[in-house]
Each structure stands twice: as structure tokens, then as C-alpha cells.
Design a binder for this molecule. Structure first.
Ligand SMILES: [Zn+2]
Ligand SMILES: [Zn+2]
Length: 180
């Protein structure tokens, strides 16, 4: 897999770099490059909800990645990273969204920050959560659905506690379904 990370808006350099290192470890044999920063499109903001529509952000990630010709081959993937609160229709919030299957995924750091839950700032924990959500969303691009194993990265996180409980890796069964 060839992953292009597309930061949109303000995203800490250190988080992106660590994410890059971790993704090539989880998806062995993959490459990962960080693209220059893009802006979060204003049209994705829902003024009533005061949140950003993740489906629109996903669409924008696809548009930008296609424009930069990042999705030419079968193994190409684009991962949008934002730091704004995301929602999807019918859900109060989402940690991310992806095409399933497809080539594009998006994650938000907004609700992965310990300070969002009133806990002290903790960059290590933030990165750990970001890796899990990125691996999860990229898993969807391979057509993987949610897994019942609460420790598997493809388990659905209803809240941050479930993200913290699961590992950053695929269980044996999800791994065998992945067509890398
Ligand atoms: Zn999911
Ligand atoms: Zn699994």
C-alpha cells in the first residue's frame, strides 16, 4: 500500500510523523508520505451542529488526492487528517470515515485528545488513538467491516474508552480477509 497523508488545517507535525512511522509498521511493506498542508473547506461546516460533515471532508480528500494524482495505482490510499469535530448523518460524532472498499479515508484528532474529556494533555495517548483510528479507517478501504472482537482494530468505537481498549492491529480473522 502507498499511503499519502493529507493534513487539512492545523495538525501537529509530530503527530503526523509518528503516525507515518506507525502506519508502515502495521501495514508492513507499505510506504507513507506526508503531503503539504491543505485547508479544511468551509462548505464542510454545519453551522447548526457546529461540526464538520465527515462525508464532505472525505469527498474533499478524494478530490485533492485525485488532483495531485496520488491515486493512480491499485495500492494507493489517501488519508485525510483533520483536527475539527466530525459528524456523519445519523450520528452525534465520528472519529473518522472511509470508503468501504475504496482508496480514501479520513480521521479527526479532535475527540482523540485527552483534554477533550477533561484529562491532562498527553501526546503519547493522542498518537496511540490516532494510529488506531487511522488503521481502522484504512482497514475499511480494503473492504473490512466492523469486527466483533473488542481488541481488534476493526471493532467499532462507540466512545473513546473502546478505542483505548482495542489494539492498533487486525485480529487474525480480519488480517486474513485483507487483500493487500
Ligand atoms: Zn468503522
Ligand atoms: Zn477483527
Amino acid at each position: 500500500m502507498k499511503i499519502s497523508v493529507l493534513p487539512m488545517g492545523e495538525v501537529e507535525e509530530n503527530v503526523l510523523k509518528t503516525l507515518q512511522c506507525r502506519l508502515v509498521k502495521v501495514f508492513s511493506g507499505s510506504t507513507c508520505k506526508i503531503m503539504p498542508k491543505f485547508t479544511v473547506p468551509k462548505e464542510c461546516y454545519n453551522i447548526v451542529r457546529q461540526q464538520y460533515n465527515s462525508t464532505l471532508i472525505l469527498r474533499e480528500t478524494l478530490r485533492l488526492a485525485e488532483l495531485a494524482e496520488m491515486l493512480g495505482s491499485r495500492e494507493d490510499r489517501a488519508l485525510g487528517v483533520v483536527d475539527v469535530d466530525l459528524y456523519a448523518e445519523g450520528l452525534n460524532f465520528v472519529f473518522g470515515e472511509a470508503q468501504c472498499p475504496g482508496k480514501v479515508a479520513v480521521i479527526s484528532l479532535y475527540r482523540l485528545r485527552p483534554e477533550f474529556y477533561g484529562a491532562p494533555k498527553n501526546e503519547g495517548l493522542l498518537i496511540e488513538r490516532a494510529v488506531k483510528e487511522a488503521v481502522h479507517e484504512l482497514g475499511h478501504t480494503f473492504g473490512l467491516r466492523h469486527c466483533l472482537n473488542p481488541l481488534c482494530v476493526m471493532h467499532f468505537s462507540l466512545h473513546i474508552g473502546m478505542t483505548d481498549r482495542k489494539q492498533a492491529e487486525f485480529c487474525i480473522s480480519c488480517n486474513s480477509l485483507m487483500d493487500l
